[in-house]
Design a protein around this ligand. Sequence first.
Ligand code: ADP
Length: 397
Amino acid sequence: MRPSEQRWRIVVIDDSPDDRAEIRRLLLRGSARQYDLVEASTGAAGIRAIREAAGGPPDCVILDYHLPDADAPEVLAELAGPDGNGVCPVVVATGSNGEATGRAVLSAGAQDFIGKSWMTAESLTRAVENAVTRWAMVQALRAGDARLRAALDTAQQAVRSRDELVSLVSHDLRNPLNALVAGISLLEDEALGDEGRGVLRRMARQAQRMDEMIHELVDVAQLRAGVPLALTLADTDLVQLTRALIEEHQDGAPAHRIEVRTAPLSLVGSWDGRRLHRVVNNLLSNAIKYSPGGGRVQIELEDATEGATTWALLRITDEGMGISTDDQARVFQWFSRGVNARRTTIQGTGIGLAGVRDIVEQHGGSVSVHSEEGKGSTFTVRLPTRPPPPSAPHRAG
Ligand code: ADP
């Protein structure tokens, strides 16, 4: 059905029978459209007619400005209801041509206004048509806005649930793990053969890895809540720590050649050893994991003095799949995985690099990436050997 063929239900609210008759006459003359008109002579009767109309709110209301029981803004306010949205389009017929009156009724929720003294069949019909169109557009925008808000709420709720889950899971994992570790150390005292001792060693190593993962999860929950980590600073040798990690990783990565180039024999700083271990471990694991074809993983360690500060530099380079330029800024965000990772079956959670960044920054350092797709990546960590005292509040990202 074409719009001009639809019947529109119009409520005319005007206390003057002559004016109502005139509006009816002009409307019927003004367009080919058919109208079902309902008339009311007071604001209260008009509101009742609108609310109780069979088939829902009318297509449009033509409202006289001055009514015996209320002015148009009062009727509009009543119609707007508590949410201020109204129920149907309204055209206010004003006694004068005053722009000020027009603006007042528009801001009270009318879609259009028309001066009675210059009302013609054409101008009245156009005002009604415009009001109906404008109303439809506002409704469409409101629906879109509500959908957007609902989607946003859902997303925020999902983020909250994920953080709560991380915190819950990490605490719940601790108890059974502690029992396992206690069991292992009890068995170490027993007389076991070589094979038994080997099994026990492997179990202890896995338990230790799990313990570290739980520590990582606890830190993630804390950092995500915007609370800085309480670093436990002690003299830590980055060279020794890195060499131990390479030994651990080389066994499980026979296709990779992990090489270390280190200028100083030791590189001691006042760092949180457990967290620094995690930093190097995550970067080294990633270098191996994201170069599934094998190849060289090169680790460079240097120290540099600038003014009163001595810096430790750690550079880990792989020959793997690399990271797209777009992803390079994103991979340091929590739970963010690059396209390269998502289009493979390589497992991950997207918490490693975000944790690396936070730990390094809390030590007063920085981490950056240089990468080319298909060629490989280099992650560089710069750490002052003496971290500055804790300062700025932490940003959760
Ligand atoms: P994940 O658990 O996904 O490995 P990370 O936070 O450690 O999480 O890394 C985030 C993302 O950065 C990875 O999903 C991957 O897309 C990318 N990435 C990290 N390290 C490398 C690397 N050495 N080579 C290529 N991509 C990497």
